[in-house]
Design a protein around this ligand. Structure first.
Ligand code: NAD
Length: 297
């Protein structure tokens, strides 16, 4: 039977919009974040505020997580005030964060010991997809439990793919994010050449959008890159985290990923020069600094 008692932990760029969409879809929502501000926003819209992840687990059957990295997810699930101390048997944790596939499997094992299911469900579509409730969701987990929480996933996304067992969703997601990063580095190189040759940048966008070089990254990010508008969005440090995870997985699997490795280094530089909280398209500045004098003043 459909259970509408849902928790949400992590109310950032993605989680806050997920919360709004869950409330629009009439779920009984309990929320928690380490920051007060987004809790108050959702409270005003009808959510119950919790004081800890454990507190969320007291009133929820299904809990959605949207946290930065493996460390925070482990803390929220296994920590002293974690979900495993309160979520009832049969409960489901849906992790919409992008984390290490191995960490997802480890968390699933720990949860299984308490008859709780941990499903990985990383998302794609950016903050706009989160706002509109049109995210793509790559789900890894057992069939019955994935079916049991489809109504929650449908409230935040439109393309829901059950791609395999726990951890598989994260592998799909890491491949997706490798491609986004490689795309952004490529677009940045195009921008350098465009500026050097003095062609019309707006025209360039118009033409590329309908040509073979088009991509999601180009459509969403090139106009902002042209304006040097790097308001996040998806932050540089999160993109760097995902590339680090992809390189780690590649190393475990004996796979050589030269383009990903180069993109990783560009994001390493973006982080090193203090761009960590800018949008991931700010890698354009790093690439432009290699060739454009005006970027180095
Ligand atoms: P964010 O930094 O904006 O939000 C993370 C939220 O988690 C913040 O509100 C923070 O206060 C909260 N938080 C941190 N530690 C916590 C803890 N211990 N307990 C409770 N709350 C805690 O990040 P985001 O951009 O919303 O990304 C969330 C996840 O989604 C990441 O794993 C990211 O890789 C992934 N993602 C992001 C985007 C995007 O476009 N931003 C797109 C797809 C996937």
């Amino acid at each position: 039977m459909r259970n509408d008692n849902v928790g949400l932990i992590g109310l950032g760029a993605m989680g806050l919009s997920m919360g709004k969409n869950l409330l629009k879809n009439k779920f009984n929502l309990t929320v928690f974040d380490i920051r007060e501000e987004p809790i108050r926003v959702l409270e005003k819209l009808g959510a119950k505020a919790a004081e800890s992840p454990k507190h969320v687990g007291n009133t929820s059957a299904i809990v959605l997580l949207s946290l930065p990295s493996s460390k925070e997810v482990e803390n929220v699930v296994l920590g002293e005030s974690g979900l495993l101390h309160s979520l009832p048997k049969g409960g489901i944790i849906i992790d919409a964060s992008t984390i290490d596939p191995t960490a997802a499997k480890k968390l699933a094992n720990e949860c299984n010991k308490k008859s709780i299911t941990f499903i990985d469900a990383p998302v794609s579509g950016g903050t706009i997809g989160a706002e509109k409730g049109t995210l793509s969701i790559m789900v890894g987990g057992p069939n019955d439990e994935v079916d049991e929480c489809k109504h929650v996933l449908q409230a935040i996304g439109t393309n829901i793919y059950h791609v395999g067992n726990t951890g598989a969703g994260q592998i799909f997601k890491l491949i997706n994010n490798m491609l986004v990063a490689i795309n952004l580095v490529g677009i940045s190189e195009g921008l350098v050449l465009a500026k050097k040759t003095g062609i019309d940048l707006k025209k360039l966008y118009e033409v590329l959008k309908t040509s073979a070089g088009n991509s999601w990254a180009l459509e969403q990010k090139l106009p902002k890159m042209i304006r040097n508008d790097f308001e996040p969005g998806f932050k540089v440090w999160l993109q760097h985290k995902d590339l680090t995870l992809a390189m780690g997985l590649a190393s475990q699997m004996n796979a050589s990923l030269p383009m990903t490795s180069l993109a990783h280094q560009m994001y390493e530089s973006a982080k090193a020069v203090g761009f960590e909280d800018l949008d991931h398209s700010a890698v354009a500045t790093i690439i432009q600094r290699l060739s454009l004098k005006e970027m180095n003043k």
